[in-house]
Ligand binder design. Structure first.
Ligand SMILES: Cc1ncc(COP(=O)(O)O)c(C=O)c1O
Length: 466
């Protein structure tokens, strides 16, 4: 019998080997995929190797090549070679990393990797950490700790008493936040109405004057959520000014550092994160800029007691080992995969210098794409990226803003249809724009040139009309 693992490796190699030539984005429609993948629930057992072959064949056209170097949509990357191989071993070993006694090596790796990350980001070494599915759940972990501490300070034990009758918590943030902050507020029972928008400057950074004003309004327990960095133009809030203001007012400061926290690793970019170590919690992702496979988010919390109080479940039958860190004291999940292992390998594969170089390289490529496309007739760069995020708008002279919104979407669609590059669109300051996000370890100068050429071709095409 053919070993399904051998087939999986063969298909993985085919996928990885064609990343330079295949379309950057998926080409199949939802109807195509349903037809290829659907059908009745099988009644009889299938041959595993044949099923893997069918899986590879039937997903053809339905996979985005975010593992390649020409994918600039959202904020997505693909696994470094070592991290990807480690991820396969995670599945083969299939360790349940809830407790040290259940998965000793995996739990130990998680412990070591958490310490390495604190060092990498130069965050307070006393901080606790958790490996989550992504940054959104890292927010939930961090804000659970915040909720615990803010309410405990008012004599309320939220873990025992719940939220009914508890002092209402407000969350001061900016419109520039990622929506995962809203989701976290919902999951934690704070409700989206607890979010209060603080004014921002033209590039989306939070106004210190308005934050001060908001902090002075009432004495409600307060969480302040800041950006490192925003996902459109890579703006960092001014931590060295905002964090002391918030802390003086007794607020908990949480930072969304989904990708921007990695700027701290680069000596050239680190200044943008100055003062960030003064916050109370930080959420980031392994599956964005560190280029480990999905899923991997990271929560870091200065107040380890609050973190543990919010997460630990202490069931007797689980008999904590006492010998080493038990991951389920810090996580939302009990049973879960050992997702720290690819991070452990990625950090060794790159080393601190390699992470810094990867981050700087992505920023250079982002700027080159934004400037290159922005210089084309009919295109306009909306920022000069200092990080890895940029915006471009497409406009035809004499057209209205609404027509140019449609024109922008049409140009993005045309670039994506070429298969040469893939970009996602968004609405920024009320207008449609193309986002340029570079986080992949694979992106190189040739990819940048192909993206610019694809945009030039899309703009030169006379049948793009609003
Ligand atoms: C700034 C920012 N915060 C949070 C998130 C949520 O991260 P995840 O999708 O890993 O949960 C993202 C990306 O999706 C992001 O770009």
């Amino acid at each position: 019998m053919t070993d399904p693992l051998d087939r999986a490796i063969a298909h993985a190699r085919v996928w990885l080997d064609q990343l330079d030539t295949a379309p950057a984005g998926a080409t199949a429609t939802a109807a195509d995929l349903r037809k290829a993948l659907g059908g009745p629930l099988p009644e009889q057992p299938g041959d595993p190797a044949a099923l893997i072959d069918a899986l590879a064949a039937n997903t053809r056209g339905g996979l985005n090549a975010n593992t390649g170097g020409r994918f600039y949509g959202w904020v997505m990357s693909g696994g470094l070679p070592g991290a990807l191989a480690a991820d396969w071993l995670v599945s083969a070993w299939d360790q349940n990393v809830g407790l040290y006694s259940v998965a000793p090596a995996a739990a130990m790796i998680e412990d070591i990797t958490g310490a390495w990350l604190k060092e990498l980001f130069d965050l307070p070494r006393e901080s606790s950490f958790a490996f989550t599915t992504g940054c959104q759940l890292a927010h939930v972990v961090c804000l659970s700790a915040a909720r615990h501490r803010m309410l405990a300070a008012r004599g309320w034990d939220v873990e025992m008493q719940g939220l009914s009758g508890a002092p209402a918590i407000r969350v001061l943030t900016s419109q520039n936040r990622h929506k995962s902050i809203d989701a976290a507020a919902r999951y934690l029972g704070l409700g989206q109405n607890s979010l209060v928008d603080v004014e921002t400057g033209p590039m989306g950074d939070m106004s210190a004057r308005d934050l001060e004003r908001r902090l002075a309004e009432g004495a409600a327990p307060t969480i302040v959520c800041l950006n490192a960095a925003d996902l459109n133009v890579g703006t960092f809030d001014d931590f060295s000014v905002l964090i002391p203001l918030a802390r003086r007012a007794g607020a908990w400061v949480h930072v969304d550092g989904a990708f921007g926290l990695f700027a701290r690793v680069s000596p050239k970019l680190r200044a943008m994160t100055d003062g960030i170590d003064g916050a109370d919690s930080w959420a980031t992702d392994g599956h964005k800029w560190l280029n480990v496979p999905y899923d991997c988010g990271i929560a870091l919390v200065r107040d380890a007691d609050a973190h543990r109080a919010a997460m630990s479940m202490g069931a007797a039958y689980l008999s904590p080992s006492g010998e080493a860190r038990d991951p389920n004291d810090w996580n939302l999940e009990l049973s879960r995969r050992a997702r720290a292992i690819p991070v452990y390998v990625a950090l060794q594969e790159l080393g601190r210098e390699g992470v810094a170089e990867l981050v700087e390289r992505c920023c250079r490529h982002c700027r080159a794409i934004v400037e290159g496309i922005g210089a084309l007739p009919g295109a306009r760069a909306l920022n000069t990226p200092s990080l890895n995020q940029g915006l471009v708008r497409f406009e035809e002279p004499g057209r209205s803003d609404t027509e140019n919104d449609r024109f922008t979407d049409a140009v993005i669609a045309r670039i994506n249809a070429s298969g040469e590059a893939f970009f996602s669109g968004t609405t920024w300051n009320g207008r449609r724009v193309m986002r340029v996000s570079v986080v992949s370890w694979r992106t190189n100068k040739a990819d940048v040139a192909r993206a610019i050429a694809a945009a030039a071709a899309a703009l030169g095409t006379s049948n793009i009309r609003p």
